[in-house]
Design a protein around this ligand. Structure first.
Ligand code: AMP
Length: 282
C-alpha cells in the first residue's frame, strides 16, 4: 500500500491511472478508523482498479469552538487497517498543503445544508463541499463512497456533483452500528462509560420509530410523541434536533407517504452525536 502526502504527486499518479483507462474509487475520511469506515473500503474494493482512501481532518469544516485540535488521530493504525482491507493508496495531505497561504475559494451548496446540522454548524457543509471537490480533483475518482451515517453530507455531495457536473458517481452505504445499536463514530472514544450508556437512547428512539412506522404509523406528531419521552428520560442527553425528512430533498414531512428519514442530533456531555434511520410504512 502506497502512502502519498503531496497533493500534486497524488494528482499526477491519478492522471496516469486514468490515462491507462483504469478505474479509481475514493473513500474520503478523517481517519481514526472503525468498522463503519472499513465497510466503505470493503465495498469500494469491488468498484474499481485502484482503491484510494483519503485521511484528512479538514479544518474548514470545523467551527471555531469545535474539536479540530482534539479530533482523534492515529495514522499508523489507520494504515494497518486500510492495508488489511486491500486499500491501494492512502492520501494523507497536511492542512497547509490543502490550504496554502492565499487560499480563498469555497463551494456552497445553498439549500440542503440549511437545516439539521447546518443550524448549529453554519460553516460546516461549506468546508465539506470544498474539501470533497478538491479531493475529487486530486484523486480523479469515477466512484466515491460515503456513509449514510452523515446523511445530510451524503445528500449535499450528491447535490454538488449534480449541480457542478462533476463526473463522479456518489454512492451511499448503510450506517454501521455497535451490537447494542450505537452508531459507530470516531468521536465515540470521547464518551465516558456513563455517557456511552446515555448515548444509546439515540438509536433506541430511532428503532422505536422505525418499528411504529413498520406497524403503519405515518404521523410525525404521533411518532415524536412516542419517542421524545424516551429521549427526555436521560438527563445526560441534550437534544439538538429531531426531524422527519424526505429522503432526497431533506424537506420536513408532516406525514410519511412510503418512506422517510428520521434524523437526530444530541449532545451527551460535550460530545455531539448524530444518527438517522430509514422509516418505511408498508
Ligand atoms: P469521517 O471519518 O467521520 O469523516 O467519516 C468518513 C466516512 O465514513 C463518511 O462517509 C461517513 O459517513 C462514513 N461513516 C462514518 N461513520 C460511519 C458508520 N457508523 N457507518 C457507515 N459509515 C460511516
Amino acid at each position: 500500500m502506497q502512502i502519498v502526502t503531496d497533493p500534486a504527486a497524488m494528482q499526477q499518479l491519478a492522471l496516469t491511472w486514468r490515462a491507462r483507462g483504469e478505474r479509481i474509487v475514493l473513500v474520503p475520511t478523517m481517519g481514526y478508523f472503525h468498522a463503519g469506515h472499513l465497510s466503505l473500503m470493503e465495498y469500494g474494493r469491488t468498484q474499481g482498479d485502484h482503491l484510494v482512501v483519503s485521511i484528512f481532518v479538514n479544518p474548514t469544516q470545523f467551527g471555531p469552538q469545535e474539536d479540530l485540535d482534539r479530533y482523534p488521530r492515529d495514522l499508523d493504525r489507520d494504515c494497518e487497517l486500510a492495508a488489511q482491507q486491500g486499500v491501494d493508496l492512502i492520501f494523507a495531505p497536511a492542512a497547509g498543503q490543502m490550504y496554502p497561504p492565499g487560499y480563498q475559494t469555497f463551494v456552497e451548496v445553498t439549500e440542503v445544508t440549511q437545516g439539521l446540522c447546518g443550524v448549529s454548524r453554519p460553516t460546516h457543509f461549506r468546508g465539506v463541499a470544498t474539501v470533497v471537490l478538491k479531493l475529487f480533483n486530486l484523486v480523479q475518482p469515477q466512484v466515491a463512497v460515503f456513509g449514510e451515517k452523515d446523511y445530510q453530507q451524503l445528500i449535499t455531495i450528491q447535490r454538488l456533483v449534480a449541480d457542478l457536473n462533476v463526473p463522479v458517481a456518489v454512492v451511499g452505504r448503510p450506517l454501521v452500528r455497535e451490537a447494542d445499536g450505537l452508531a459507530l463514530s470516531s468521536r465515540n472514544v470521547y464518551l465516558s462509560p456513563a455517557e456511552r450508556q446515555a448515548a444509546l437512547k439515540l438509536s433506541q428512539a430511532l428503532f422505536r420509530a422505525r418499528d411504529l412506522a413498520a406497524q403503519g404509523e405515518r404521523s410525525r406528531e404521533r411518532l415524536f410523541a412516542a419517542i421524545t419521552p424516551l429521549l427526555q428520560s436521560e438527563p445526560r442527553l441534550r437534544l439538538d434536533y429531531l426531524n422527519l425528512l424526505d429522503n432526497q430533498t431533506l424537506a420536513e414531512l408532516p406525514t410519511i407517504q412510503h418512506t422517510a428519514r428520521l434524523a437526530i442530533a444530541a449532545y451527551v456531555g460535550q460530545i455531539r452525536l448524530i444518527d438517522n434511520i430509514l422509516l418505511e410504512v408498508p
